[in-house]
Design a binder for this molecule. Structure first.
Ligand code: NAP
Length: 272
């Protein structure tokens, strides 16, 4: 697929991350084009990645895959000014834009994949939830996996509504981890460590624990058990977290995020 013609509608942060990942994985930069209205941004994309750029309204040439990477509120205008070829696979990474709304904006026959990446995509360490209806065959799903796989892991969903749960888990999830790091640094300071020392310790603890998760197939609960000796210091801390209902608190936080994602899922009339 390294010469698959891919066209990005929008050349912002997420497009930049996906393009960087694709090229690092060996994709031919000459097969990537970007529609981007901001001239400075387009210059930067050409200079950094060697991709072709064009302005909104210019025809999309020979794209097998079109990736919608504009802000959700820009999507209506982007799809009105730039015509998407009917033969392409259309992958949206825009939060909250439902498949039925996207299909209404696109020429008949365009196959649509909806996806939700997360910010570690910038480092190729993201995870993306994908959904498509039955009209999208295995070959097209493999193309979507290839494009979003440039940003990290991919997971296919059974139901479009599950995108809201993905948003609550992995979409918003990096912020939960940062909040934990923040709280650990504050608590370290309260225990007598200088602030910067506590921050360094918290940061590297999260990085190290993340790497252990990445390199070991064991479930998080198993890894937790492995580092918790009966009667030890870790057990003392986990007892407090469990008695404060950590799992319940996380469940309530994610339910709030999921409800918000559902509320923000644009009804067709307000998405443009
Ligand atoms: N960042 C994340 O972590 C994340 C995670 C999951 C999903 N997403 C989704 O990814 C999408 C892109 O996010 P982002 O952070 O990359 O946004 P961004 O940096 O603002 O990028 C959007 C780009 O599209 C350009 N644009 C505006 N109108 C356009 C048009 N008519 N045709 C073509 N391009 C146009 C914008 O130019 P101007 O700046 O000149 O308007 C901007 O450069 C969003 O829909 C977001 O929901 C992002």
């Amino acid at each position: 697929m390294r010469r698959l013609p891919i066209h990005f509608l929008g050349g912002g942060n997420m497009a930049d991350a996906l393009i960087g990942g694709l090229i690092a994985a060996g994709h031919d930069a000459g097969c990537i084009a970007v529609t981007e209205p901001d001239a400075a941004r387009a210059d930067a994309l050409r200079a950094q990645h060697g991709v072709r750029t064009q302005m909104p309204g210019e025809a999309i040439a020979e794209a097998a895959v079109v990736v919608l990477a504009v802000k959700p509120q820009q999507a209506g205008a982007a799809l009105t000014t730039t015509r998407v070829p009917a033969s392409c696979l259309f992958i949206s990474i825009a939060a909250g834009l439902r498949c039925d709304w996207l299909q209404q904006q696109l020429p008949d026959g365009v196959r649509v994949v909806r996806s939700m990446p997360n910010t570690p995509a910038r480092l190729g360490a993201g995870v993306t939830g994908l959904w498509a209806d039955a009209s999208v065959d295995d070959a097209a799903r493999a193309q979507a996996d290839y494009v979003l796989g440039a940003a990290g892991a991919t997971v296919w969903l059974q139901d479009e509504a599950q995108i809201n749960a993905v948003t609550a888990l992995s979409g918003s999830g990096p912020a939960y981890v940062f909040a934990l790091g923040e709280a650990m640094a504050e608590a370290g300071e309260a225990l007598g460590l200088p602030r910067d020392t506590a921050e360094t310790l918290a940061r590297h603890t999260l990085i190290g624990a993340g790497r252990l998760l990445a390199e070991d197939d064991a479930a998080p609960g198993t890894l937790r058990e492995r580092v918790t000796s009966k009667g030890g210091t870790t057990a003392a801390a986990l007892d407090v977290l469990h008695s404060g209902d950590l799992a319940g608190l996380v469940a309530r936080a994610m339910a709030a995020a999921e409800a918000r994602a559902r509320a923000l899922s644009a009804p067709p009339s307000s998405a443009s």
